[in-house]
Design a protein around this ligand. Structure first.
Ligand SMILES: *[C@@H]1O[C@H](CO)[C@@H](O)[C@H](O)[C@H]1NC(C)=O
Ligand SMILES: *[C@@H]1O[C@H](CO)[C@@H](O)[C@H](O)[C@H]1NC(C)=O
Ligand SMILES: *[C@@H]1O[C@H](CO)[C@@H](O)[C@H](O)[C@H]1NC(C)=O
Ligand SMILES: *[C@@H]1O[C@H](CO)[C@@H](O)[C@H](O)[C@H]1NC(C)=O
Ligand SMILES: *[C@@H]1O[C@H](CO)[C@@H](O)[C@H](O)[C@H]1NC(C)=O
Length: 472
């Protein structure tokens, strides 16, 4: 093998050391642990992070090394360095052009939602980031508001304590998240603007943006879109639904979501994952004052709390009453493996998975399908849609796509629905679906080149016919 080829192979491979054995994984394999659907995946400490990365400094865009590996702090995204055209186009069997991009992404890295009930032994600092909040009229000739930003402060006479010192709101985007978003946008421009000519040089009426009501997703949108259009002067609409009926981020109320969740959390599989983690949960519970059910019944809160520390340049937490009683990296890794197991269970393997995806995400999946159908019918009013959402939205969409294994959709995880039009004898539409830069490996095969109508058929069963009655 030539030297260049050797380097190329080297940079694509993660070397995982497992109990003496050295397992070579490609970057993409780190997304698909073969034993994820088994609770031994959680308890087997030699698996470590299965090639995943859970650390990032406070500042800067970060990227896992080698690029393309599962990285909780900043999932990979399409970049020119790695981007490849679909095989069908490179092998010369057809000619085609990218005509539509539906891009979904989770917001970038942030402070935690969940503060340790026993208190946090380190302060969080957010003075280095400005979440802007201001309002003005829709004309440039009207009042131009002062660009105000939120500055969180502590007031020593306030007898109530949030349990953590510092200058952040919880959650809020961090400086690393902003910088990461800007790089994400620059990279998307290089692929989908410069190289493939789909994203226009200046935002026009053929582009469309949406976010949840959360400041996190809005913060990401500003950073990412600035990366795409560094010199654009002016404001852009970020479409949002009324939050009480939003079809993302569990906006609308639906009792079937809660009842389906409690039923899938009462299976033997679910209980087994709690049994194998009993020691871990009780150790963490007493160390961190986290013994109530919201911390003990799932790994959501521990995982959220630990990743926010590790992904923003902080250390894992210690007990506030005993500074040598600390969460170790081994404990954190077990928490992350348990979190991955839970996400795979929620969106792939639980017995009510179809119904669960329908009630949580079915309406949103319906919107995506209507965008794709409009392309198929040559009636689309835009070419590029970018939607800023949450892990709880990315997970069910990947579940609907039948992804072979689902680790927790990490910070900035993204799904690119690329629609290609071929111009052989007659024009046809094909789809490729990339998850964080890699074609999705699913029960339908690798989603690298499938007729658009087939992609629509894969997603359609998840769109409820009557969500109102399904919700009860
Ligand atoms: C733990 O994981 C390693 C690496 O995947 C595997 O070789 C070993 O058999 C597993 N051990 C158990 C008890 O499942
Ligand atoms: C080119 O790729 C397409 C799609 O993967 C495949 O169906 C076709 O057989 C390939 N053709 C050649 C000549 O390899
Ligand atoms: C938070 O700050 C206060 C005031 O400086 C200090 O007394 C307290 O120990 C700090 N708490 C932690 C957990 O560091
Ligand atoms: C503090 O934690 C360390 C490490 O877990 C433990 O060895 C020590 O006994 C604890 N000290 C007290 C006073 O509980
Ligand atoms: C996952 O494991 C459960 C329980 O062992 C099994 O019923 C199910 O078929 C598995 N699913 C997949 C997708 O492997």
């Amino acid at each position: 093998m030539g030297y260049k080829m050797f380097i190329a192979v080297l940079t694509q491979t993660v070397v995982l050391s497992l109990a003496g054995a050295v397992l070579a994984l490609t970057t993409e394999q780190s997304f698909y642990p073969p034993t994820l659907n088994d609770t031994s995946y959680i308890s087997n400490s030699s698996i470590g992070t299965y090639g995943g990365i859970y650390k990032a400094p406070t500042n800067g865009p970060t990227a896992g090394t080698p690029y393309g590996v599962y990285d909780y702090c900043s999932m990979p995204h399409p970049r020119v360095e790695e981007y490849k055209l679909p095989d069908a186009l490179t092998n010369g069997s057809v000619k085609g052009k990218l005509v539509y991009l539906e891009y979904l992404q989770r917001h970038q890295r942030r402070s935690p939602y969940n503060i340790l009930p026993g208190g946090e032994n380190q302060a969080y600092q957010c003075d280095n980031v400005r979440p802007y909040l201001y309002a003005g009229p829709d004309t440039a000739s009207g009042i131009q508001p002062m660009p105000m930003y939120a500055q969180t402060y502590q007031y020593s006479a306030n007898p109530f304590t949030p349990g953590v010192n510092g200058t952040c709101q919880y959650p809020q985007i961090t400086i690393g998240g902003v910088q990461d978003g800007y790089q994400h946008g620059k990279d998307l421009w290089a692929v989908y603007g410069e190289r493939l000519g789909l994203i226009p040089r200046v935002p026009n009426s053929r582009v469309w943006f949406r976010s949840s009501e959360s400041q996190l997703t809005q913060g990401s949108a500003g950073a990412v879109l600035r990366g795409i259009w560094p010199n654009y002067h002016g404001a852009l609409p970020l479409h949002q639904m009324v939050s009480s009926v939003d079809t993302v981020n569990e906006g609308y109320s639906c009792s079937a979501i809660g009842s389906t969740l409690s039923s899938l959390e009462s299976t033997a599989d679910w209980k087994n994952h709690l049994t194998v983690t009993e020691t871990l949960r009780s150790t963490l519970g007493s160390m961190l004052g986290a013994t109530d059910s919201s911390w003990q019944n799932t790994f959501d809160h521990f995982s959220d709390n630990f990743q926010a520390r590790l992904c923003n340049g902080y250390e894992l937490p210690c007990s506030v009453t005993n500074s040598s009683d600390c969460v170790t990296m081994e404990m954190a890794e077990e928490v992350f493996r348990a979190g991955d197991w839970e996400w795979n269970y929620y969106w792939r393997t639980n017995p009510d998975v179809v119904k669960y995806i329908q009630v949580v995400e079915g309406l949103f999946i319906g919107e995506i399908v209507s965008h794709l159908q409009a392309v198929l019918d040559r009636k689309s009013t835009f070419d590029y849609s970018h939607i800023f959402i949450h892990d709880g939205d990315i997970g069910p969409v990947l579940g609907a796509l039948g992804i072979n294994a689902l680790r927790w959709p990490a910070m900035a995880s993204n799904i690119a629905f690329e629609i290609w039009e071929t111009n052989n004898k007659q024009s046809q539409f094909y789809a490729r679906v990339l998850y964080s830069g890699h074609p999705v490996q699913s029960i339908y095969g690798t989603l690298d080149w499938i007729p658009l109508s087939e992609l629509i058929s894969i997603l359609t069963p998840y769109i409820p016919e009557d969500i109102v009655s399904l919700c009860g």
